[in-house]
Design a protein around this ligand. Structure first.
Ligand code: KIV
Ligand code: ZN
Length: 525
């Protein structure tokens, strides 16, 4: 099955938030978060979801398999190196979906061939062709990527593209893996492929741009003008290093400047903002306020002259409406007198489907927060809903929970923390000092649990403005080869930090014990 557009002005949106996006430093998602994001991407109208890289870990395999089983509509794709074991594993993960795609890749630049693969150009072509054939043995929809294409010899990539299309690839992706190119050069590369690869019209040409020089969206637009009809992108532009082409920016360029570009996508643009918030909440990667399309300031008019113009006629300073991307700014939703029905309705409007017990718990938290904080915003409700969903983490009974916490900070003394953790029937106490109160709390938890893990990432962000804002904490622990991410939020950032740490420790323990169980079952007959 070729995913060729019948309509030559239609650009396919290939979303790789769950694969390349998840390669962003610190962005690790669990299976249920990935599934929720995939469902939102399907509602958004993306054509293809790259759900993960199944051979890379058990967790990734599980996530791709779950998405393939549960998400219908878009093509569900898994990534595989040009190796038989990768392709077999990828197929295992996606086979249950009615529209599966295998995406296989190999590097084509001189530097990658010499230094990374240590293979000759002819050997790489053979591996690519064999990979495409193997993938085609499983499914009709196969994408092949020439990794680091923007730094590859043009004639060489035309040759490998021709051979892979002949072997059955239905989409050919030409990535700017290191974000090195610019619109003139990259558009020229796509034109070159169209001119030199004789069977190029038998496949959809795709582009995948990284943002190292801030040109990923511009390069993707240039490529579309040169003939590409699939664009690979991520929500909020997250991804490896400086990220990937931002879905919302690319799509809104085509929509806002339709008269100039003349292309369209199947994206329901009014669902963009919700997807952006969800990805930011789940990954802990904060969207910069001045980010195009979805940033907090994207539709804010500060200067008096601008405000005056907006009052007279919005078209003076507004090139797209906030409604067209579902942007809702920071809206004051309710106060402490709001009732349960209004609260439940608002959560549904924000896209959360909580069980009656979860709604009950969330409502209690909302009341407590409304007592502490004078204004409660949608963002606060989102944080509560996510917190309540996370109260049922995928961890067993032998886990830690926070029983008591006290910190003392004073001007010329080191901050000190007293912490008690519950583990089953036992309550364990510890005290420690640190460079700051969060450090002191983490040191106390480390002492109590005796964990050898290292904290490799810690981020904190205010959910709304003001000193009474809730803080959202996301941190990553590492105990080689395992990593785990803990997230928590609340009006007290020290408590939120402790909770995020404990969540990450519990998940780490669970990962270690599942690895022990599977290694025992492997050695048993
Ligand atoms: O950046 C890249 O080249 C990739 C490929 C796997 C498509 O992510
Ligand atoms: Zn990439």
């Amino acid at each position: 099955m070729k995913e060729r557009p019948i309509d030559n002005k239609r650009v396919y949106i290939f979303d790789t938030t769950l694969r390349d996006g998840e390669q962003s430093p610190g962005a690790s998602l669990n299976v249920s978060e990935k599934l929720e994001i995939a469902q939102v991407l399907a509602e958004l109208g993306v054509d293809i979801i790259e759900a993960g890289f199944p051979i890379s870990s058990e967790g990734d395999f599980e996530a791709v398999k779950t998405i393939a089983e549960r998400v219908e509509g878009p093509v569900i794709c898994g990534l595989a190196r040009a190796l038989p074991k990768d392709i077999d594993r990828c197929w295992e993960a996606i086979r249950s979906n009615p529209r599966p795609r295998i995406h296989t890749f190999i590097a084509t630049s001189q530097v990658h061939l010499e230094k990374k693969l240590r293979k000759s150009p002819a050997e790489v072509i053979e591996l690519a062709v064999e990979a495409v054939k193997r993938a085609r043995g499983y499914c009709e929809n196969v994408e092949f990527s020439t990794e680091d294409a923007a730094r590859s010899d043009r004639d060489y990539i035309c040759e490998i593209i021709e051979r892979c299309i002949a072997a059955g690839a239905t989409t050919i992706n030409i990535p700017d893996t290191v974000g090195y190119s610019n619109p003139w050069e990259y558009g020229g590369l796509i034109e070159y492929v169209f001119a030199k690869a004789p069977n190029v019209h038998d496949a959809v040409i795709s582009v995948h741009c990284h943002n190292d020089l801030g040109l990923a969206v511009a390069n993707s637009l240039a490529a579309v003008r040169a003939g590409a009809r699939q664009v690979e992108c991520t929500i909020n532009g997250i991804g490896e290093r400086a990220g990937n082409t931002s879905l919302e920016e690319f799509v809104m360029n085509l929509a806002t400047r339709h008269g100039f570009f003349g292309f369209h996508t199947g994206i329901r643009t009014e669902k963009i903002f919700r997807a952006s918030r969800m990805v930011s909440n789940f990954t802990g990667i904060v969207v910069q306020p001045n980010k195009a399309v979805v940033g907090a300031n994207a539709f804010a008019h500060e200067a008096g002259i601008h405000q005056d113009g907006m009052i007279k006629d919005k078209s003076t300073y507004e090139i797209m409406t906030p409604e067209s991307v579902g942007w809702r700014g920071q809206s004051l939703v309710m106060g402490k007198h709001s009732g349960r029905n209004a609260f439940t309705k608002r959560l549904q409007e924000l896209g959360f489907s909580l069980s009656p017990e979860q709604v009950e718990r969330a409502f209690e938290e909302f009341k407590e927060l409304a007592d502490l904080k004078k204004d409660v915003f949608d963002e606060d409700l989102e944080a509560i809903a996510i917190r309540v969903q996370n109260l049922e983490p995928e961890v067993g009974a032998e886990t830690f929970s926070l029983e008591y916490l006290q910190t003392v900070t004073s001007l010329r003394e080191r901050p000190r923390a007293v912490v008690s953790l519950r583990c089953g029937e036992e309550v364990l106490d510890g005290t420690a000092t640190g460079d700051g109160p969060v450090d002191a709390v983490c040191n106390a938890i480390r002492k109590i649990t005796g964990t050898p893990s290292r904290m490799v990432d810690y981020r904190i962000a205010a959910i709304t403005g003001g000193t009474d804002a809730q803080g959202s904490v996301s941190l990553t622990l590492e105990e080689v080869p395992f990593r785990s991410v803990g997230r928590a939020s609340g009006p007290d950032i020290i408590v939120a930090s402790a909770e995020a740490y404990i969540m990450a420790l519990n998940i780490l323990e669970q990962k270690k014990s599942s690895a022990r169980i599977s290694s025992v079952s492997v050695t048993q007959p």
